[in-house]
Design a protein around this ligand. Structure first.
Ligand code: ATP
Ligand code: MG
Length: 416
């Protein structure tokens, strides 16, 4: 038996209803906040991710699905959405058409990680990106949108953690200071963090190992290095969050796994997720578009992990809608009589099914129940003779007799 690739999961009927529901509410909120949808390819040139996410990040160092295509070009299955969206924004000059460009997308991402609860190799994200705004108000708005989507999905006990990573003005000082701290404590650090010390010291703070985190309790804090502009920006973001009625927790050690972030960074955590408790994450990436060969336009965005969202969502019952109508046509003649009506009801948007196998009425009623049909229309030889059909309400078992003349109109009245 051929099985799916490890870390790649089928989303089966029964689960897809939840996905459609979450996608629908996300789409509604993206629209409500004035975001427009963009869909970029899942395959991009490897260079795009190496240049945007950063060579010395976990994603680029060890998580990307990279391979040579048949023309020996190195391509990569996207590990995140921002890089591809930036590429598209530059390639199509989208920034020229709007001063502030708000985009969203949803779809699969790919990372070669160890599969576990809340961690897959193909997973899905809802992404929002805003280009062209430097103002802290935009950061707060983006955060509010992420929170609203999660809350609309019934996620409870959300915890918004926020920090500022400084900017190219002030971060280098911090980076050097942190590097020195890491070197001084090298004997207590894991191999990864030793490597990060030289290549990308900020990444060390994101290490998942407790032994390293125990050391970082005493690490220098970025807030001690913020320049005046970064300090003001952060204060204003917090103020706007308060105006929006959003609670937050300042986390001075929060860093992100991607190099392009500056200033505001945030994560939204949810209870009940275990070790992988971050359901959404994002921040500002002002230098990214320029680094990718585009204009010097700032950006800010987030990604919600849909699989983790599903783990904490509280979804309404009955997302998998049953049939509106099951048609039990008994015998060839009955089927001939009813087929065009079935098609017409379907064209009108009603979900209607019928039995093509010529099974008994009992068997067909069983099928109707299994398909959660609201009504079953029964048409047998007797009914045909009398030019009627029986409409059975599956919840109550009550049956009424409808004349075949004008049947469609009567059915539409009841099903609507
Ligand atoms: P983590 O620290 O959990 O590895 P990350 O920093 O790598 O997360 P981001 O790149 O910020 O994650 O992605 C944003 C969100 O996408 C995460 O908060 C999470 O909900 C989801 N996500 C990331 N990687 C995976 C994965 N392998 N499987 C499922 N969801 C994921
Ligand atoms: Mg990760």
């Amino acid at each position: 038996m051929i099985k799916a690739v490890r870390g790649f999961k089928d989303i089966l009927p029964g689960e897809t209803g939840k996905w459609v529901y979450l996608e629908g509410l996300a789409r509604r909120l993206f629209n409500a906040y004035g975001f427009r949808e963009i869909r970029t390819p899942i395959l991009e040139k490897t260079e795009l991710f190496a240049r945007s996410i950063g060579e010395a990040t976990d994603i680029v160092e060890k998580e990307m699905y990279t391979f040579l295509d048949r023309n020996k070009e190195s391509v990569t299955l996207r590990p995140e959405a921002t890089a591809g969206i930036c590429r598209a924004v530059i390639e199509h000059g989208l920034y020229a058409k709007a001063k502030v460009l708000k985009l969203f997308t949803m779809g699969p991402m790919f990372r070669h990680e160890r599969p576990q609860k809340g961690r897959l190799r193909q997973f899905h994200q809802f992404n929002a990106e805003v280009f062209g705004s430097h103002t802290p108000g935009t950061d707060a708005e983006v955060i509010a949108l992420a929170m609203d989507i999660l809350e609309a999905g019934g996620a409870k006990d959300l915890r918004l953690e926020i920090n500022s990573l400084g900017c190219p003005e002030c971060r280098p000082d911090f980076r050097e200071n942190l590097r020195k701290f890491l070197r001084d404590n090298a004997d207590k650090l894991c191999e990864d963090c030793k490597r990060r010390t030289e290549r990308n010291p900020l990444r060390a703070l994101d290490c998942k190992k407790e032994s390293c985190q125990a050391v970082y309790v005493n690490a220098p804090l970025i807030e001690e290095f913020w320049c005046e502009d970064c300090r003001k920006h952060f204060a204003r973001v917090l103020e706007e969050l308060e105006l929006l009625g959003l609670d937050y927790v300042k986390n001075p050690r929060l860093v992100r796994g991607l190099d392009y972030y500056v200033r505001t960074t945030f994560e939204i955590k949810a209870r009940g997720l275990g070790a992988q408790d971050t359901v959404a994450a994002g921040g500002r990436y002002d230098g990214l578009l320029k680094a990718l060969g585009g204009p010097d336009i700032p950006g800010v965005g987030f990604a919600i992990g849909v699989e983790r969202f599903l783990l904490v969502a509280n979804l309404p019952e009955g997302l998998e809608r049953g049939l509106d109508l099951f048609v039990a046509a008994l015998g060839e003649e009955a089927k001939r009589k009813i087929l065009s009506l079935v098609r017409s009801l379907r064209q009108n948007g009603f979900s209607v099914d019928l039995d093509h196998e010529g099974r008994s009425l009992k068997a067909q009623l069983k099928t109707a129940n299994r398909l959660k049909a609201r009504y079953t229309l029964i048409l047998g030889e007797n009914e045909l003779k009398e030019k009627v059909a029986l409409l059975r309400d599956m919840a109550t078992g009550e049956q009424e007799t409808l004349s075949l003349a004008g049947l469609e109109k009567e059915l539409i009245k009841r099903l609507s």
